[in-house]
Design a protein around this ligand. Structure first.
Ligand SMILES: *[C@@H]1O[C@H](CO)[C@@H](O)[C@H](O)[C@H]1NC(C)=O
Ligand SMILES: *[C@@H]1O[C@H](CO)[C@@H](O)[C@H](O)[C@H]1NC(C)=O
Ligand SMILES: *[C@@H]1O[C@H](CO)[C@@H](O)[C@H](O)[C@H]1NC(C)=O
Length: 299
């Protein structure tokens, strides 16, 4: 093989390959949206990435390393389920107590302005509260002193109570079944230092057996405002796009699957070209380039 021909194939290959390689290295300017975050199906108003979903939700919900996280002023919590039919999510606080593990918890707060509110089935149980705790103020009536007491008995029978320095089946006088009353837009706060309690447990169900605290469903169920869908968003989704937002004003943007965005929908956006078909065509081109390489090498 002569020197000129080897230079020729080198140049030819550089010419053929470079545009293909460099085109995949241009950082995407428009966000890419996915319909999954780990195991969870992500649908509007939630978004998998910044710029996807509704901006009011993007402030609170983020997908990080395949995990959907809910943030509030008091920390970040894992979203374990999303039920789109009832517009509820369940979040879990790592520092919250359950029957199997009790520990000192942080506080929990829900922003007044957030589109989330506590679900009516949530039950908060304050554990290891001091005798002087304001929750026991008889004038305030903050604890359920009736049927709720069996929940305290149940939790105090768990082996986990040793985690907050108590003996299993000890007196339940430091426990309070706290019944928060809240409406949409009123916010909610559980300030443990102020309440002088070591920990809290939150449940959204009994798992079919109210007498067995090991079966109780621990976590915080939140309802979200489901009136964010607009006709524009439905039109965008029908065209294969994701509803999102862009710009300083966070105005509506339809994010197309293969890249690109629009203020309306993704029809005529070359979706197939930049999607799977585009990949196939690109690999055919690079296969062609490789073939040319061998043909030239043999010359
Ligand atoms: C995701 O699903 C797999 C298999 O169903 C399960 O083992 C895993 O715990 C799930 N992960 C989360 C974060 O729920
Ligand atoms: C729910 O969201 C819509 C749209 O943003 C808003 O107009 C409405 O006031 C919200 N409803 C509540 C109860 O917060
Ligand atoms: C498209 O996305 C870019 C980057 O986020 C943004 O600056 C632009 O305003 C968006 N355009 C439309 C039509 O949404």
């Amino acid at each position: 093989m002569s020197l000129t021909s080897s230079w020729q194939w080198l140049l030819l290959n550089i010419f053929l390959f470079v545009p293909i390689i460099s085109s995949s290295h241009i950082p995407p300017i428009v966000p890419t949206c996915r319909d999954k975050c780990g195991n969870l199906t992500i649908k509007y108003p939630f978004g998998s990435d910044y710029g996807c979903g509704h901006p009011d939700f993007a402030r609170y919900i983020k997908c990080t390393s395949g995990e959907l996280r809910f943030s509030s002023g008091t920390g970040a919590y894992t979203v374990s389920t999303i039920d789109y039919t009832t517009s509820t999510i369940v979040i879990t606080d790592l520092f919250m107590s359950t029957c199997s593990s009790m520990q000192n918890s942080g506080s929990f707060r829900l922003d007044r302005a957030s589109p989330f509110t506590l679900s009516s089935q949530d039950i908060f149980i304050l554990l290891g509260c001091s005798r002087t705790s304001p929750v026991f103020d008889p004038n305030e009536d903050l604890c359920d002193t009736g049927s709720g007491l069996h929940l305290c008995k149940g939790l105090y029978s768990c082996d986990g109570v040793t985690g907050i320095g108590l003996e299993p089946n000890g007196p339940i006088s430091s426990c309070c079944v706290y019944e928060p009353i809240m409406e949409f837009g009123s916010g909610y706060g559980l300030d443990l230092p102020k309440l002088q309690c070591s920990s809290y447990a939150s449940m959204y169900g009994f798992g079919g057996d109210e007498t067995d605290p090991m079966k109780w469903q621990f976590g915080i169920s939140l309802e979200y405002n489901d009136s964010y869908y607009t006709e524009t968003c439905k039109d965008c989704e029908a065209s294969g796009g994701f509803c999102g937002f862009a710009g300083f004003k966070q105005s509506f943007s339809c994010i197309c699957r293969g890249g690109g965005n629009s203020t309306t929908n993704c029809y005529g956006r070359g979706y197939a070209w930049s999607g799977t078909l585009g990949h196939k065509i690109r690999s055919k081109i690079s296969f062609g380039g490789g073939l040319l390489f061998w043909v030239l090498l043999l010359l």
